[in-house]
Each structure stands twice: as C-alpha cells, then as structure tokens.
Design a protein around this ligand. Structure first.
Ligand SMILES: *[C@@H]1O[C@H](CO)[C@@H](O)[C@H](O)[C@H]1NC(C)=O
Ligand SMILES: *[C@@H]1O[C@H](CO)[C@@H](O)[C@H](O)[C@H]1NC(C)=O
Ligand SMILES: *[C@@H]1O[C@H](CO)[C@@H](O)[C@H](O)[C@H]1NC(C)=O
Ligand SMILES: *[C@@H]1O[C@H](CO)[C@@H](O)[C@H](O)[C@H]1NC(C)=O
Length: 446
C-alpha cells in the first residue's frame, strides 16, 4: 500500500490531455507556448529525438468572430505545442502513443476490454479499487478550467481536480454550446451532434484507461463494457457491480459509488465552465434511476444494433441531429435504427433510461456507468469499422465547427485529428472480448 501511495504522489508525467499544469503559468499563456521541457531539459524532448516544438497553422479567424475559446483547438491558448515523432506522444512527448509502452515506446501491447459480468471477482475488485483511487487522487500533471462567465477571459481560473474528474470535465467542457458572437447555439458542440461523436468518445475513454494504467503501474488494465442489448432492466445496477438505488434515485450505501460527488453539477448554464469546480460541498451526489423515465421504458435490442450496422456512411449531410442514413446519428441515437425516422434510440436512449446523473448528459460521465456504456458504444463503432473496412479516409468533409476531418479533437493534447480516430481499436492498443450474454446468465466466469 505504501508503494502505491508513493507512486501516486509522483502521479507520473505526461499523458494526452488538456491544460498541462506547466502550460498554465502566466508566461506560458502570455507567450501562447506549450512546449514543456522533457527530462533531457529540451522542449518536447527534441534533443532525444522524441519530438519538436511546432508553430501550427495561424488562426482561421473563426475564434475572433465567434469568441469561443475552444475553436481551432488548441490555438486560442497555444500557438506552439509539441509534435511527437514515431511512437512518442503526450503534451511533452514524454509518453507513448496508445498501445505502446516502455522507455523507448517500442513495445506494442493490445489489452482486452471485457464485459463487466465476464470479469472474475478479482478483476471486478481491481476495477472498483482503481476507480476509487482515480476519483480521490489529485492529478499532478493536469488542471481544469473554471469560470462563471465565458465572455470574460480574465475570470478564467485553472484549478486542481482528481484524475477521474479531469476525465469528466473534458466531456463537460467539450459539450458546452458553441459561442457565436455573444449568443449560444445549443445544437452545436465539440463532442456530439456531428461526425466527431464516436471518435471523440473513443479518445475520452482512451485517456482514462491510459491514466489509470500509468497511475497504477498496470499496463494490462482495460476498461470493461456493458452489453445492454436486450436487457429487461439494468442487471448490473447491483451493489456488487454499479450500485442499486432507491425510489429517490439515491445509490445504495452499500454500493461502490455511494459517496461520489458530481463535479460541474448543480447548475448548467451555457455561459459557465464548471464554476465551483473546487468547492466540494456544493456538488451533488451522483444518482441514478433506471427504467423510471416513461419515454425511455427499455434498453435497445439486439435487432437495433444489427440494424444500425447496416448504415454504411459514417455521417451524412447536414451532419447534425437531423441527418438520415447516417451511422453516427443512429449510433448517437437521434435517428431510429431504421435509418430514416428521427427518434431517440441507441446511445441517447441508454442515457435517458438510466436516469439521474446519466440523463444530464453534460455531467453524465460523473457516473462511472458512463464508461461501461461508452465502451460498448465503441465496440459497436469498432464492429462497424471492421465490417466496412473503414479508415480515416471515410471521415466526411463537413461544415460543423470543430468536426472537420483535420480539426484537432477538443480538448486533447497533442493534436488528434478527428479523422484519425476511424481505425481498428487494435491499432490503438485494445480490443474487445466476444461476449454473448445468454450463455453467461446466472453465473459468473472465474
Ligand atoms: C514503434 O514500435 C514498434 C514495435 O511495436 C517498432 O517496431 C517500431 O520501430 C517503433 N517505431 C519507432 C518509430 O520507433
Ligand atoms: C456580431 O454582432 C455584431 C453586433 O450585433 C454585428 O455587427 C456583427 O456583424 C456580428 N458578427 C457576425 C460575424 O455575425
Ligand atoms: C430485472 O429483471 C430480472 C429478470 O427479468 C428480475 O428477476 C429482476 O427482479 C429485475 N430487477 C429489477 C430491479 O427490476
Ligand atoms: C441541421 O442542419 C439543417 C441544415 O443546415 C438546419 O436547417 C437545421 O436547423 C439543423 N438542425 C439542428 C437541430 O441543428
């Protein structure tokens, strides 16, 4: 245990993320440069051939016109950032690309994401204890942004958060409505309602998985998933697994997440970024109430998933929640699996069905069941990529802000181009178990 504590206080350098602490100094923000010195004392480890400090393309001018700090990510904050070579990655090129390990990042490893009911009791215990540590360990390398007034940059503060809360905050931050010349467009954001949806969430899970692997020194750790197809109710909402709840949606005191607080909860106004992010007593507890919402009475079926896999185009005009025959829109769940009827389904239906924190989508990743849900969404995405042999070339040109094939996914470091997330998961260092629920019912694999 002592080893673990020492390990955690060091909290390891470098992983893909947002607002590296060393880049939030006044000097870094003023010079718009985020090229930290690596161990060899050179920016981006350039002396060791890991990467270089690079001046990216100039502003497109959108940022000034719209006054949204996230546009042209990350150029509003930093014009110079690291570009890492070969298998290196991270904000200072001190880390490896997903799926690579070792000091020289030359060891490839593919972990297997399993269905949560497929994990052994020991693996389940490991998962819950890792999450507990991620929730309580202050992240050493990254900080989050907080303000009650997006219009006034002088009110922006960078504050501490735990490893888990940095992950949660990324979703919240990317999902704020886009600011356009002092007005907000509620139908546009950087993670949903457009072609980035599957790739953005894939990156969000990879971030958390990698953070936990590094925090625990456990390269084999893989996030589990929840195959909800055909479930009559949320069978994993038990105290052994994700937690039972009462009629008030309060999680059981005997469950793992009973005392978890939801960051960025309480108010959800378009003009704020997580105010009171560091004031714990202001945060609500996470809560959940599966099956209680009349317009989402059940979970999606096997047939629903089979049907969306028939849609061959990643996305189609107008690349928003009204797109038909769009795989993305059917997977995200603004489009019914028939490909033509605009109706809540798949991903959206599961959020609403689970209720409570999960149904408040901007803060939904505070409930760890989000991980299991999105990990399954990613499995469906990967199945679709394999079925049609998709690649970055399959990502469509489109006119949605932040959703372009060559835009960097917000708010990740280093730059991940949206199109580059359309590839087999094995190339990113993970794969999925072939899970069939029916044979497993009533017993657990050991
Ligand atoms: C990346 O890692 C692989 C081993 O998995 C290795 O063969 C390759 O040479 C590495 N690439 C670079 C540029 O180091
Ligand atoms: C922004 O708003 C101002 C004042 O309402 C207006 O003059 C200007 O044309 C607008 N700019 C854009 C890009 O819409
Ligand atoms: C969930 O469904 C199973 C099987 O249909 C049933 O035994 C169980 O009582 C249900 N649980 C809840 C909480 O409704
Ligand atoms: C989707 O795009 C179409 C075409 O640009 C537009 O008319 C419609 O208002 C958009 N819908 C939403 C919900 O953004």
């Amino acid at each position: 245990m002592l080893n673990i504590i020492i390990f955690l206080t060091i909290c390891l350098s470098a992983v893909e993320s947002q607002f590296p602490r060393v880049c939030t100094t006044e000097a870094a923000l003023l010079t718009k440069s985020c090229c930290p010195l690596w161990k060899d004392k050179s920016p981006c480890g350039s002396l060791s051939g890991r990467g270089r400090c690079r001046n990216w393309l100039p502003f497109t001018g959108k940022e000034i016109q719209y006054n949204d700090d996230r546009l042209d990510w990350p150029r509003n904050y930093y014009e110079n950032t690291c570009e890492c070579y070969g298998n290196y990655s991270g904000f200072d090129c001190g880390d490896c690309k997903f799926g690579y390990h070792g000091a020289k990042c030359d060891r490839k490893k593919v972990v297997v994401r399993k269905e949560i009911r497929e994990l052994t009791v020991l693996e389940q215990k490991r998962f819950f204890s890792y999450l507990a540590l991620a929730k309580t360990t202050k992240c050493h390398d990254f900080v989050i942004l907080s303000t009650g007034d997006r219009h006034h940059r002088e009110t922006y503060r960078f504050v501490d958060a735990s490893v888990y809360d940095v992950f949660t905050w990324m979703h919240y931050y990317s999902m704020k409505p886009i600011l356009k010349n002092s007005t907000f467009d509620p139908n546009k954001n950087f993670a949903h309602q457009g072609p980035v949806f599957p790739g953005w969430h894939r990156l969000n899970l990879l971030f958390l998985e990698r953070q936990i692997q590094m925090m625990m020194g456990d390269e084999d750790f893989a996030l589990p998933y929840y195959d909800w197809r055909g479930e009559e109710n949320c069978s994993i909402c038990t105290d052994e697994l994700m937690g039972a709840n009462d009629a008030q949606a309060v999680l059981s005191p005997y469950s793992h997440f009973f005392s978890w607080k939801a960051i960025c909860s309480g108010f959800d106004f378009p003009d704020e970024y997580c105010p009171l992010a560091d004031v714990e007593y202001k945060m609500e507890r996470i809560h959940r109430k599966p099956g209680a919402t009349p317009y989402a009475p059940n979970l999606p079926t096997y047939e629903d998933v089979e049907n969306i896999l028939k849609l061959e185009d990643l996305d189609r005009p107008p690349f928003n929640e009204t797109a038909i025959r769009s795989f993305r829109n059917a997977l995200e769940g603004f489009l019914s699996p028939d490909g033509v009827t605009l109706k809540r389904s798949l991903h959206n239906l599961v959020h609403i069905y689970l209720g409570g924190t999960m149904s408040q989508v901007p803060i939904s990743s505070n409930d760890p069941i989000f991980i299991l849900h999105h990990s399954f969404i990613d499995k469906i995405f990967d199945t679709w990529i394999a079925k049609y042999n998709k690649s970055p070339k399959s990502y469509p040109e489109n006119d949605q802000l932040g959703h372009g094939p060559n835009d960097c996914a917000t708010p990740y470091f280093p730059c991940y181009k949206n199109k580059d997330l359309v590839l087999r998961s094995t190339q990113l260092g993970y794969t999925f178990s072939a899970f069939l629920m029916k044979p497993l019912m009533g017993h657990r694999y050991q």
